[in-house]
Design a protein around this ligand. Structure first.
Ligand code: MCN
Ligand code: CUN
Length: 800
């Protein structure tokens, strides 16, 4: 699917370090030999199923489990009451709220967990759900976030003491007075209301967990689909009061996470309780509908944005108000001190004088979670907002959207650049990146073609209209404990451990956890680059808390910025140890040695040299090392990033729209990404391809819609549409490389870039084609058709 232009492609041979290399893990994935959670079978293992609420909002009058307990294959039925006895009926969320593990008082969204059945097989567990008798007293649900703060809105969270409304938080960033001043002196102001609809990460593999409590040793082993094994362990220990050193979390192969597997779900807690009660391992795995209905969603932001400029096209400031629908429990995955996550970067890639934004979070009767799904903590929404606003301004003024962007981008010499909301972008050459994208797309020619097409359409000689959409994004990825970048309130720095064996093979242990991003290959390449060992000889170990160092895990495209840095630092430590060993071997001073990939040689005498393999063997031998120098070649490090890394990208999307049907065809997509130094360009391209497909999905088809009763209208892939190869063009990728100045190897994260950057490009293209100023995503044929009639609707609510 890749047409590759504007970038260098080296031969696809195995490199010693950076460069395109086929993924090592694909040897098992492509043969169907991956080991996913549901492949794991422990002796005596029991199976669980969850009874879920059919209502979005209802009081629980009674729960009768007698008949289910009498089922011959049922071993335990757990309700909120059982959990309350253990102090586990409620659990903390990622945002310092609490969430019912199993509902006791009320159900607050459709699909909420009510009871947990443990049985001898999966079928019996499912059958027994039907034997549980729950009496509900239905309550009016709050479905539309805009109604959540109405004085007569039902109070969803009456479990919280003193709560009389559905308000969660108010948050603001930027300088209100300075922004008002800038707007007062602006020549032109454009504004726009837009909804970023609720979407879902929808990984191929759903979530699940197998808990096994050893009644003799008291050791709890949990196999679970988590992106953050160490964080999960600490939370289990803190919440359940279990001894942390006796908890082992094993995250096996993961079939896609996309943020869906960051949080802790009620089923995980219940599986642990089920194992403690039954004395056997308990497996719980969601089905597709359960995943779509109850696990963490994304977006659901209602945004009002204003943008101010001078009459000659200088953008001065941005003013934003947001209503954020967080569902029934505030469970958004984001740094604890930032209730609206990194929405802070809503000023985008432009050099503005002032900006201000307020975000209000509200409860509604929908599933909790939020942010997750290639989000980088709300940057997806921020980029969509600013890239739509800039386009709306261009439309209103009749300016060219490419020129407007080019004239206002932060310039290369302004880095490090502090945004009006106080974030320090590390590096970039935005005009160069945009320039390359425009060149690859042949923007001027596209505009000519578009004009000709419109003229032909108006003459009745063409059936379709053509649209060109642009976006430019800056991402903020690689969060660590410094700068308040915790998660779950935990500020756990990320470790790396590297051990070189006597024969020169190495094992690298990391705190992050691949869900498909190719870590086993790319992190081996980092060590290979530093030590000159072949990546094939370096094993990357992740996902098992007994085997790996502490750290927050993989989300917010942090693995390369954080664990990638740790891998480079730990390899350099090993190299310095190797230098001492080599100096002893060659009988010179360490300072007299020079390193060239894979060997040390004596300065001025290249023939006096020794290879990494020889050094490794010597390090484990009877070689007399200098006083105080330990043998072996191993090292550990803990990396706490000084700042986030800020990758960027410029995207150009070309669409053809059939005005008769509203059908959109993405004809071309040019994506120029700058993620600093690329470790494995092939893997980076794969990440970008996936993200671009995601973007097409969100822009054109994906939405979690609800009806007025709070019924979920997207609980299967029949209703929640995902893009396929059919909807995707042959991607045209390009690259610019601006290394991160504070990262040991100059790399920036890229895993979410394309998902963040592509939706506004697609939307801008479709609206450009049909000549409509704004319509909300997803731009389904019906929505496009309505927009052309001047009747764009809310697509996330059946009530419109
Ligand atoms: N890489 C590289 N050079 C760079 C940057 C990255 O070679 N300059 C490589 C990395 O070494 C890694 C991959 O690209 O193999 C992605 O790296 P990074 O940007 O650090 O992102 P993470 O590994 O932290 O992955 C997380 C990110 C997130 S948050 C989501 S959401 C998402 C994404 O990755 N989920 C994914 N991409 C995904 N891809 C797959 N297949 N499955 C998911 O669940
Ligand atoms: Cu938020 S989706 Mo990714 O950061 O795991």
């Amino acid at each position: 699917m890749s047409a590759e232009i504007g970038s260098t492609t080296a031969a696809a041979t195995t490199p010693r370090g950076y460069g395109p290399m086929r993924r090592k893990e694909d040897a098992r994935f492509l043969r169907g030999k991956g080991r996913y959670l549901d492949d794991i079978r422990l002796p005596g293992m029991l199976h669980a199923a969850i009874l879920r609420s059919p209502y979005a909002h209802a009081r629980i009058v009674s729960i009768d489990t007698t008949a289910a307990e009498a089922h011959p294959k049922v071993r335990a039925v757990i309700t909120g009451e059982t959990l309350a006895g253990l102090g586990l009926a409620w659990m903390p969320t990622l945002s310092h709220d609490v969430q019912a593990v199993l509902a006791t008082d009320k159900v607050r969204f459709q699909g909420q967990e009510v009871a947990f059945v443990v049985a001898e097989d999966r079928y019996a567990a499912r059958d027994a759900l039907a034997l549980i008798d729950v009496e509900y007293e239905p309550l009016t649900p709050v479905v539309d976030a805009r109604r959540a703060l109405d004085p007569d809105a039902p109070v969803i969270r009456d479990d919280l003491t003193g709560r009389t409304d559905n308000h969660i938080f108010d948050w603001e960033a930027g300088d209100a007075a300075a922004t008002d001043e800038v707007f007062a002196r602006a020549d032109v102001v454009s504004s726009c209301d837009m909804v970023y609809p609720r979407t879902h990460p929808a990984p191929m593999e759903t979530c699940g967990s197998i808990a096994s409590m050893d009644p003799v040793t008291g050791k709890l082993t949990v196999y679970t689909t988590t992106q953050a094994p160490h964080a999960h362990r600490t939370v289990y220990a803190l919440v359940a009061g279990l001894p942390e050193h006796k908890i082992q979390i094993i995250s096996p192969d993961i079939g896609g996470g996309f943020g869906n597997k960051v949080g802790i779900y009620p089923g995980y807690v219940c599986a642990v309780v089920g194992s403690i009660i039954t004395g056997a391992p308990v497996k719980w795995v969601e089905d597709r509908s359960e995943n779509l209905m109850s696990t963490s969603f994304a977006r659901d932001y209602h945004m009002h944005g204003e943008i101010a400029a001078t009459k000659d096209g200088r953008i001065l400031g941005v003013r934003v108000t947001v209503l954020a629908d967080h569902g029934a429990f505030n469970g958004t995955a984001q740094p604890s001190k930032l209730p609206a996550g990194l929405f802070h970067v809503f000023t985008g890639s432009y050099d503005l004088q002032a900006a201000h934004c307020t975000v209000t979070g509200v409860y509604t009767n929908k599933a909790p979670g939020g942010v997750a799904y290639a989000c980088s903590f709300r940057i997806t929404e921020a980029v969509y907002l600013i890239e739509r606003l800039v386009t709306v301004l261009a439309t209103d003024q009749g300016w060219d959207p490419a020129e407007l962007r080019m004239n206002n981008l932060i310039r290369a010499e302004q880095f490090p650049y502090t945004t009006p909301t106080g974030w320090e972008y590390d590096s970039g050459d935005y005009p160069k990146t945009l320039g390359l994208a425009l060149q690859l797309a042949d923007y001027a020619q596209l505009r000519r073609e578009q004009a000709a097409r419109r003229a032909a359409y108006e003459r009745g000689e063409a059936d379709e209209l053509m649209g060109i959409g642009l976006s430019f994004f800056t991402e903020a990825v690689g969060a660590g404990p410094r700068k308040h970048m915790d998660i779950l309130g935990l500020g756990m720095a990320d470790g790396a451990e590297l051990r070189v064996h006597p024969t020169g093979k190495a094992v690298l242990r990391l705190s992050c956890k691949s869900q498909g991003q190719g870590h086993e290959t790319t992190f081996a390449q980092i060590v290979a680059e530093e030590l000159g060992i072949s990546p094939d000889d370096i094993e990357v170990v992740q996902g098992d808390t007994d085997q790996t160092p502490f750290g927050l895990g993989t989300y917010g495209s942090r693995s390369t910025p954080v664990s990638g840095a740790a891998a480079a630092v730990v390899a350099r430590k090993v190299r310095e140890r190797a230098r001492i060993v080599a100096a002893t071997m060659l009988e010179v001073s360490p300072a007299d040695l020079e390193w060239s990939k894979g060997r040390f040689h004596v300065t001025g005498d290249p023939s006096a040299s020794t290879s990494m393999t020889e050094i490794a063997m010597a390090a484990h031998s009877d070689l007399e090392l200098p006083e105080g120098v330990e043998g072996h070649l191993d090292a550990t490090c803990v990396y706490n990033p000084p700042n986030l890394t800020y990758p960027c990208g410029a995207y150009v999307c070309v669409v053809d729209v059939d005005p008769g049907t509203g059908q959109v065809k993405v004809r071309r997509f040019v994506a120029v990404d700058d993620c600093g130094v690329r470790i494995n360009p092939m893997v980076v391209q794969g990440q970008v391809h996936g993200g671009l497909a995601d973007g097409i999905g969100m822009a054109l088809m994906e939405v979690m819609a609800f009806d007025t009763d709070g019924n979920h209208l997207g609980a299967s892939f029949m209703d929640y549409l995902l893009p396929t190869a059919v909807e995707c063009p042959s991607w045209e990728l390009g690259e610019t490389v601006t290394p991160s100045p504070h990262h040991p190897i100059g790399a920036k994260g890229v895993g979410e870039s394309a998902t963040v950057g592509s939706p506004p490009a697609v939307v801008n293209a479709v609206l450009d084609a049909i000549g409509v100023r704004h319509a909300d995503m997803p731009l389904t044929p019906a929505q496009v058709w309505r927009a052309m009639q001047g009747r764009s609707l809310r697509t996330d609510l059946a009530i419109g």
